[in-house]
Design a protein around this ligand. Structure first.
Ligand code: 15L
Length: 271
């Protein structure tokens, strides 16, 4: 029976996945820098700081597959991104290689491609256009995944996760929402599919307004059941209360694009 490690287990996605994955992978080991508040007695949990290689080697010991959610999950100062998402991600892949881990599912993000305009439908083969230092770190993680797959034969799935939750919370999220059950489906493809070598999928549900061509995920059997449009009225009502954000509303990455923006706004509308 597969022994699975979940990093970032105390975060928003990690907390939900711990509960959803335990019946599927009873030998689930969780890890984070802090102890999850809701940790149950039947869960195996190991504290670790991803920026410390010896600690990462300890958590990957004896593991068959990793779901790597750990790191800083939004924009942050460079030093934070460097330690948690660049060094931390490198340590994770390298420790996995040293300890013979066969599979890694890497939690990438839509922010690796956030500077694509919303009218542009993109597949996973486009050049990355990160919208933040955080987005750059996700593109870096995808590149590491490709390296470890090509050079060391690891099976790697990168999921460009949209917005995870029980429902889409605004207009942008109507296009990029992913339900917990659909994310579990994607993670299982990464941990179990026999044909997988290296792939990038979008982590989105069956959303009518999606900006993504996610046919690769469908080729691997992904059949999302979540439909953002079922929550349309609520999401649009929430959107109406938000301040206008011309740059953020133009690009897929939203406020990650407009934050710290000091480029030439007149050129934006030509992209
Ligand atoms: C992400 O990658 C973040 O982890 C999450 O906090 C949200 O900001 C999400 O993207 C989003 O784009 O909504």
């Amino acid at each position: 029976m597969a022994r699975i490690l979940l990093t970032g287990a105390a975060g928003g996605i990690g907390t939900r996945l711990r509960t959803l994955l335990k019946p599927i992978y009873p030998r689930l080991r969780s890890s984070d820098m802090r102890r999850p508040a809701d940790l149950r007695n039947d869960e195996e949990f190991v504290l670790a700081d991803l920026s410390q290689m010896d600690e990462v080697e300890r958590i990957v010991e004896g593991i068959d597959g990793i779901i790597h959610l750990g790191g800083h999950s939004t924009e942050g100062p460079w030093e934070t991104i460097l330690q948690s998402n660049i060094i931390g991600c490198y340590n994770l892949f390298e420790a996995a290689r040293r300890k013979g881990v066969k599979r890694v599912v890497f939690a990438s993000s839509n922010h690796a491609v956030g500077f694509y305009p919303r009218h542009h439908r993109i597949g996973t083969d486009v050049t990355v256009r990160p919208d933040s230092r955080y987005g750059v770190s996700k593109a870096f993680g995808e590149a590491l995944g490709a390296l470890y797959a090509e050079k060391h034969g690891m099976r790697v799935l990168c999921l460009r996760i949209g917005n995870f939750g029980d429902k889409p919370i605004d207009q942008r999220r109507l296009a990029i929402w992913v339900s917990p059950d659909d994310l579990v489906q994607l993670v299982r493809i990464g941990l179990e599919h026999s044909d997988l070598r290296f792939e990038i999928f979008y982590g989105g549900s069956d959303n009518e307004r999606s900006w993504w061509d996610n046919h690769t995920a469908h080729d691997y059997g992904y059949r999302p059941t979540g439909k953002a449009e079922a929550f349309r009225d609520e999401a649009l009502a929430a959107q109406a209360k938000l301040p206008p954000d011309p740059i953020g509303d133009y690009f897929q990455g939203g406020t990650f694009c407009s934050a710290e923006f000091d480029g030439d706004a007149s050129r934006v509308w030509k992209t």
